[in-house]
Design a protein around this ligand. Structure first.
Ligand SMILES: Nc1ncnc2c1ncn2[C@@H]1O[C@H](COP(=O)(O)OP(=O)(O)OP(=O)(O)O)[C@@H](O)[C@H]1O
Length: 587
């Protein structure tokens, strides 16, 4: 399955603005109460704003022209009270929607993060971490900005506009129609350029993702960069990505602001129409000065929100572009779905079986061709072979990090795909070539995902560690269980990381324990310690050891030689050594 988000993007079908808006609103549908309150605040706000020109016109025609200043004072007081109410409703609107925006941001980030946790290994090998981080951090924030700042302004502008439009038409149909005509041009213009604006924003967000991926790559590899003195190379690469981002940001900036002058121009034209046509109507006695002043206010009340809508429309386009990138992740399904298998777990001596397995990575050549073998319970197997021969790939299929392209892997006689991830991880322990530790203590790390000992005190846990014969390894850490480790730091060595990963896997007491070069960075004395621990594992535990150093596999019951897409029995250790030295295949 193709998990490359940048390729998926190219093939994505076009969605209408309305469909996207509907989806966006669905996201905040659980905020109904707050949305309703904010909506009421908007309606009150807009209604008061719309009433005020009418009151001003009425005051001018009935009290100013007849010099009845009591009336002027009274209506001024009414207007002041109305303005104070709009102050409160405006504040409420901002407060409520700010909360909605932040909660949406929180929910979305959680949803994406959980989705990322569900996705298979192939997703991560096909996408850059920096780009994913940018989607979780940056793109979700674009949506937050839209919800917290723009959505209610958007609605409020539309209400005010609609109300003002109705007043314009009701007061004088002909003048109203003339005033609203420029709005038609604005509508046509917006319809024409919206898709282009969104595209510019998508390209920009993508380049922000690339920038973030570039930074992440250089930070992760800073030692290699310094050791090889390749700062210039990374600086150049960063400069190119940064330049690209700069160009796309300028493009998006132009696209996002293009509405503003166009909207401004048409709203000025509308005001001109009101003035010229209104004065003409006054001159023929069909209109009053008070009405013209109210009319101008309504025209302003119609076109000002429209001008705001121009800015809000860009914010909406940016949010839609962000949403596109977010929903790409949310709509992905793990290809490691649990399938039905009616077969029962069998009590046979086989723990794991490869049945005519073929495998290739996404868009790659076939790495394993028609592989069949059987791993028996309680036996130790070694996988040897030249670099790039396919050992890690074979082990990854045993732990279902990937699914086969063809053929089946059976665990206890049942399709390995029919076990849930939880069941599978209980049965299989995998110590990877590059163990990953979380920031915390040794204890946190060895208890990772091991609920059985979750609430154990240090003393209880030390007893469990002793029972598993791991106390010798724990003693290698200065502060024992409380030794601090950091995921990305050098406060412990690679060998020590492997030891922690080893303890983590052994304590889970798996039926199948896979060690992929798990002792490559460990001194010979500690390696002997590990080998003694492995000998004391429960006798039903099946061990698969991948190692380049042949002394680590001398106790294996069976040695498999993995090369050129084949997995074949290598016979004795001497024979295996010969095969490895000659790099040739044997039967
Ligand atoms: N994630 C991946 N995507 C695409 N190809 C991959 C991936 N991982 C490994 N390969 C390719 O699969 C082949 C087998 O790699 P694998 O890691 O299984 O070999 P190995 O025998 O474990 O090597 P080593 O001894 O160096 O660990 C190699 O040609 C490698 O380039």
């Amino acid at each position: 399955m193709n998990y490359n988000l940048n390729q998926v993007n190219g093939k994505e079908e076009k969605k209408s603005t309305f469909a996207v808006l509907k989806k966006l609103l669905k996201l905040i549908s659980h905020e109904r109460k707050n949305l309703l309150l904010a909506f009421i605040a908007i309606v009150i706000n807009s209604a008061l704003l719309l009433l005020s020109p009418l009151i001003i016109g009425h005051t001018i025609d009935n009290y100013v022209s007849t010099k009845q200043f009591n009336g002027v004072l009274l209506y001024s007081g009414v207007l002041l009270a109305m303005y104070l109410v709009t102050l409160v409703t405006g504040y409420l609107q901002t407060k409520l929607m700010g909360g909605v925006g932040q909660r949406t941001l929180y929910t979305l980030r959680n949803a994406i993060f959980s989705k990322l946790q569900e996705l298979p290994v192939s997703f991560f090998s096909q996408n850059k971490a920096g780009d994913l981080i940018s989607r979780v951090n940056n793109d979700t924030d674009k949506l937050n900005q839209f919800f917290s700042q723009s959505l209610m302004q958007f609605l409020s502008s539309i209400f005010t506009m609609l109300g003002a439009g109705i007043f314009l038409l009701v007061i004088n149909l002909k003048l109203g129609a003339a005033t609203l005509t420029p709005a038609l041009f604005i509508l046509i213009f917006t319809g024409l350029v919206s898709a282009w604006v969104k595209k510019k924003n998508v390209v920009n967000l993508k380049s922000v993702g690339n920038l973030s991926a570039g930074i992440q790559e250089s930070l992760n590899n800073f030692k290699v960069i310094i050791a090889f003195n390749r700062r210039d190379y990374f600086r150049k690469r960063f400069d190119e990505t940064n330049k690209e981002n700069y160009k796309t940001a300028i493009g998006a900036g132009i696209a996002n602001t293009i509405f503003i002058p166009v909207f401004g121009f048409f709203s000025s034209v509308a005001q001109l129409i009101v003035l010229v046509y209104g004065i003409h109507l006054i001159s023929i006695g069909e209109f009053t000065i008070g009405l013209l002043i109210s009319y101008l206010s309504y025209a302003v009340n119609f076109y000002n929100p429209l001008r705001q809508l121009a800015a809000l429309w860009s914010s909406f386009q940016v949010a839609m572009a962000g949403w596109d990138r977010i929903s790409q992740i949310l709509s992905l399904e793990s290809n490691l779905r649990v399938v039905d298998d009616v077969a029962q777990e069998t009590a046979s001596s086989s723990l794991l079986t490869f049945k005519n397995v073929h495998f290739s990575y996404a868009d790659g050549e076939e790495i394993l061709h028609n592989i069949s073998f059987d791993l028996e319970k309680g036996k130790t197997y070694a996988l040897i072979g030249p670099t790039g021969g396919g050992k890690t790939t074979t082990a990854s299929l045993m732990a279902r990090l990937y699914d086969t392209t063809k053929g089946t892997v059976l665990l206890n006689g049942k399709d390995i795909r029919s076990y849930t991830a939880e069941e599978r991880s209980k049965k299989i322990g995998f110590i990877l070539q590059e163990p990953f530790l979380f920031t915390g203590t040794v204890k946190d790390n060895i208890l990772y995902s091991n609920i059985a000992y979750k609430d154990y005190t240090n003393a209880q846990l030390e007893d469990v560690i002793k029972a598993a014969h791991l106390e010798g390894l724990l003693a290698l850490f200065d502060r024992g269980l409380e030794t601090e480790v950091a995921s990305n730091s050098d406060n412990i060595s690679l060998g020590q990381k492997q030891l922690i990963a080893f303890m983590r896997a052994v304590l889970r007491n798996p039926e199948l324990l896979i060690l992929d070069e798990a002792t490559a960075n460990i001194d010979t004395i500690t390696e002997k310690l590990l080998s003694d621990i492995l000998k004391k594992l429960p006798k039903e535990t099946t061990l698969v050891i991948i190692a380049h150093r042949l002394n680590t596999i001398e106790n294996a019951d069976e040695i498999y030689f993995v090369n050129s897409g084949e997995v074949i029995k290598a016979g004795t250790l001497d024979h295996a050594m010969n095969m490895l030295l000659k790099g040739k295949r044997s039967s």
